[in-house]
Design a protein around this ligand. Structure first.
Ligand code: PLI
Length: 481
């Protein structure tokens, strides 16, 4: 490794981060203190080798008890606050008309601004409802990059997803600060090709997960809003990490430094027509989601359909206590000090990895560091699943559990049946909210560096079991001899 180059690269990258982030002078120290802890267990290398072999080299199939630092996902893994736990005791577990539903409805109206709310057990429950209501067979659904469950529900409803994110999003080295933006030219091309009546809505994700946790700008959303109003196309937000997107707008976009995260969130939602939400991320709960919108006719359909798939419209598959914790979580998530610490911790980890010469997606995103497996393991062909192999290797190295976000996650093209071979072949080191400390991040850096040093010895994998849907969750692999 050329030390001069590493130092030089890391300086350039740090300058980019400093130019795009105004938080650097503020502390990101945790705005809370720890009241309850969960003990961690360190396993031996031999135990981990056996565990990953038994899990078919898929970190989703490993057992949590065998994991030291769990960076698999930020979904449902947050530490709840004392106020959220206190809210759990206020659970009104009536089958119908739970008080917690009305509380959640009021909070969603206040913070997100949507008139109508239908709770669901988690994000994909809301995606199922929305896709069934809005998509007809033969429709096209444009979006700022796919998300696995979102696209699957669109396809199950007879639609075809069309990627209309800006080109920069597909380039892990591009440092454009708003890689979540929609390319309105690409959207217009689709509308011209198939006709606006075949585009039931555009799916707009905040802090685009598969692009590396990258935000859209308010400027882009305003332009999209104008375009969509002209063509009578609703904008349906994937609000899962939109509070974190609001933080990036606050930090990076001219004219927004003085506006609060809460105000920016509301401004985003006011430019859209409804949302699906996995509350397991931004909203700091272990389970929960919702569908929300402003159109009464759509709401009535969602309210009717939710009783088929989730539960009565005032609980949607959740306990009353879960809705209460969600309402409180939303209040805590819009606090600037929460976001400064949350995203500051991710930045801390990312900057250390950059300084060590680890190729990661730039700019550093909101909820995770994404290692670029194509540059980390350039000798492994994409159909030998380099990101899957690297995630397995990181687990064996130190018990850190991460997730593949590349060729396995992208699945097969329904027309050709071939692997999609997406431009981004990534390993996601996802940081749960309010769970790990700076010292844990340092251990992660050391572990990644140790694997990087012996990267030439790491080979690819072959898939030996492939489920029909969302294969990354349950697929099994073996090392290529
Ligand atoms: O896992 P759910 O069903 O609560 O939510 C599905 C979902 C929808 N949209 C987005 C952007 C997500 O990130 C998402 C779930 N993400 C998971 C599980 C993750 O690990 O990123």
């Amino acid at each position: 490794m050329d030390i001069e180059n590493v130092i030089c690269d890391s300086r350039t990258n740090r300058e980019i981060i400093m130019n795009t982030t105004k938080t650097n002078k503020r502390t990101w120290a945790e705005p809370y203190k720890i009241k309850v802890v969960e003990l961690l267990k360190m396993t031996t290398r031999e135990e981990r080798e056996q565990a990953i072999r038994e899990a078919g080299y898929n970190t989703f199939l490993t057992r949590s008890k065998d994991v030291y630092i769990d960076l698999l996902t930020d979904s449902g893994t947050a530490a709840m606050s004392d106020r959220q736990w206190a809210g759990m005791m206020l659970g009104d577990e009536a089958y119908a008309g739970s008080e917690n539903f009305y509380h959640l409805e009021a909070v969603v109206r206040e913070y997100y601004g949507y008139e109508y709310l239908v709770p669901t057990h988690q994000g994909r429950g809301a995606e199922n409802l929305m896709s069934r209501i809005l998509i007809k067979s033969g429709d096209h659904i444009p979006g700022n990059m796919y998300f696995t469950t979102t696209r699957l529900h669109q396809e199950l409803a007879g639609g075809t997803f069309v990627d209309v994110i800006v080109d920069e999003a597909h380039d892990p080295e591009n440092t454009f600060p708003f890689k979540g933006n929609v390319d309105i030219g690409k959207l217009d091309k689709l509308v011209q090709r198939v006709g606006a009546d075949k585009v039931p809505y555009i799916s707009l994700e905040g802090n685009v997960n598969m692009a590396g946790g990258q935000p859209f700008s308010m400027e882009n959303l305003k332009a999209l809003h104008v375009y969509c109003r002209e063509h009578d196309i609703p904008i349906m937000l994937d609000a899962t990490r939109t509070i974190e997107n609001a933080w990036f707008i606050h930090e990076r976009e001219d004219g927004y430094a003085e506006k609060s995260v809460r105000q920016i969130l509301r401004e985003i939602c006011d430019l859209t027509d409804g949302c699906t939400m996995s509350a397991k991320k931004d909203a700091l709960v272990n389970i929960g989601g919702f569908f929300a919108c402003n159109d009464e006719a759509v709401y009535r359909q969602a309210q009717n359909l939710v009783v088929v798939y989730e539960g009565l419209h005032t609980y949607g598959g959740l306990a009353g206590r879960d809705m209460e914790a969600m309402a409180q979580g939303i209040r805590e998530a819009v606090m600037e000090e929460h976001q400064a610490a949350r995203i500051g911790q991710v930045q801390y980890l990312g900057e250390k990895l950059i300084a060590a010469g680890i190729p990661i997606v730039m700019p550093i995103g909101s909820h995770a560091i994404f290692i670029d497996a194509k540059r980390f393991l350039p000798h492994v062909d994409q159909d030998d699943y380099p990101a899957q192999a690297l995630a397995a290797e990181l687990y064996v190295e130190s018990g850190i559990r991460t997730m593949e976000r590349g060729n396995v996650s992208a699945g097969r093209d329904p027309v050709t049946g071939n692997n999609r071979r997406p431009p981004l072949e990534l390993v996601r080191l996802t940081i749960p909210r309010r769970v790990y400390t700076q010292a844990h991040m340092d251990v992660v850096v050391d572990s990644v560096c140790d694997v990087h040093q012996r990267r030439d010895s790491i080979g690819g994998l072959k898939m030996v079991y492939e489920p029909d849907y969302l294969r990354f969750f349950q697929a099994r692999f073996e090392p290529i001899a």
